[in-house]
Design a binder for this molecule. Structure first.
Ligand SMILES: *Cc1c(COP(=O)(O)O)cnc(C)c1O
Length: 387
């Protein structure tokens, strides 16, 4: 059996080596390292793929979130609601901009923002909602957009983990994750579903005015060379990374399907284990069918994350490591309990689901190169241990 990896970037590279190397060579041959033609080509390719009017590339997914919030003109003291169970980058940029982060609990089956908790958190100071499409599953965007409309709030989708996912609305229409709110952001960190070979990120929007504002912000607040109209930042996707991404983008749907195939294998293998709860793939069109099918392309499995219900999560984590099965706890601490983001307004009773998830979740190897032999070994090992 091949060595099992949490993410197999080498195996993936081996299959696309020629096209990636050709893209990189093109940058080296022309020395157009910054803002070269490949950056513009990739931007246009991604706009087409996402069916969105504007893609603005930037340096990483954290910058993308920060710049999106700057572009919307959010001001000190404005409250921004996001999920308690996510990677810290989301809340970090809110705090960094001197906005007030307001964390809310998540749903136990999808790990995404709980809509009732979101409703309760809205105050007259609330200006924006940041749904995070955690682990590759699109949040309940239909409900988020309805609430945003009712209260006149901006929606910034943190799509770092769900690029390529589709969201199906009740009327059957589909939209790509990250293009539903006022603005969406993503990360091209190497282990993300569309990863480059360094750092990278992008911002998406259908709003022409916002796109123009953001294009200036990423470039030192300049709309005309050496005239700085607003305070900006320096945040660029470099041409080599754009070349890698341009070579990989045509494979993204294939990659999403490979991840879904692995997730389907995992779900089937754990279906009859009473101590294991498998992740739900849930969109409005299908409710929670518990299956992973073409209709449920709302989930692209950036992570495949189980809940171990018999109190043996930590033992399983060690047991798997000892047998050479990589696995990880995303996330071991909720954001409201982090030193940097403590706030007197929170009560532990506000976060029953997150407080449970940090004790039960475990993420299994998930990437585009897993084979049946590896999947069988992983699932047999887990089922034998958790019983
Ligand atoms: C990875 C990630 C980010 C940050 O992306 P970087 O490119 O590492 O800055 C933000 N939000 C979420 C949910 C992420 O997973």
């Amino acid at each position: 059996m091949r060595k099992i990896q949490m993410v197999d970037l080498q195996g993936q590279y081996a299959k696309i080596k020629e096209s990636v190397n050709a893209s990189i060579a093109q940058v080296l041959d022309t020395s157009a390292y910054i803002n070269g033609p490949l950056v513009h080509e990739f931007q246009a390719d991604l706009e087409k793929y996402l069916e969105v009017k504007h893609v603005i590339p930037c340096a990483n997914g954290t910058d993308a979130l920060q710049i999106a919030m700057m572009g919307l003109g959010l001001e000190q003291g404005d409250e921004v609601i996001t999920a308690d169970f996510t990677f810290a980058a989301t809340v970090e940029v809110i705090a960094l901009l001197k906005l007030t982060p307001v964390l809310v609990d998540v749903e136990a089956d999808t790990y995404n923002m709980d809509i009732e908790a979101l409703k309760k958190a809205i105050t007259p100071k609330t200006k924006a909602i940041v749904p995070v499409h955690l682990f590759g599953q699109v949040a309940n965007m239909e409900a988020v957009m309805e609430i945003a409309k009712e209260h006149n709030l901006f929606v910034i989708e943190d799509n770092a983990q769900a690029i390529g996912a589709n969201y199906t609305f009740k009327d059957g229409t589909k939209q790509k994750a990250g293009t539903i709110g006022n603005v969406g952001t993503t990360s091209f960190f190497p282990s993300k579903n569309l990863g480059c070979y360094g750092d990278g990120g992008a911002i998406f929007t259908n709003d022409d005015v916002l796109a123009h504002t953001i294009r200036g912000i990423v470039n030192h607040g300049m709309y005309r060379r050496y005239y700085h109209d607003v305070v900006g930042v320096n945040s660029r996707l470099d041409s080599i990374q754009a070349g890698v991404l341009q070579a990989k983008l045509p494979k993204l749907d294939l990659y999403c399907n490979a991840r879904r195939d692995a997730a389907r294998f995992y779900n089937n293998a754990f279906a009859n284990n009473p101590h294991i709860s498998t992740p739900a793939a849930k969109s409005n069109a299908t409710e929670n069918c518990g299956q992973i099918c073409a209709v449920c392309d709302c989930h692209v499995f950036h992570q495949y994350t189980l809940q171990i219900k018999n109190g043996k999560r930590d033992e399983l984590h060690q047991h798997l490591l000892a047998l050479g099965i990589p696995n990880a706890i995303y996330y071991p601490v909720s954001l409201h309990a982090q030193k940097a983001y403590k706030d007197d307004r929170y009560n532990e009773s506000d976060f029953p689901v997150t407080n449970e998830l940090i004790k039960t979740v475990i993420s299994l190897p998930m990437h585009t190169e897993l084979d049946t032999e590896q999947l069988e070994f992983i699932t047999d090992t887990i089922n034998n241990f958790v019983n």
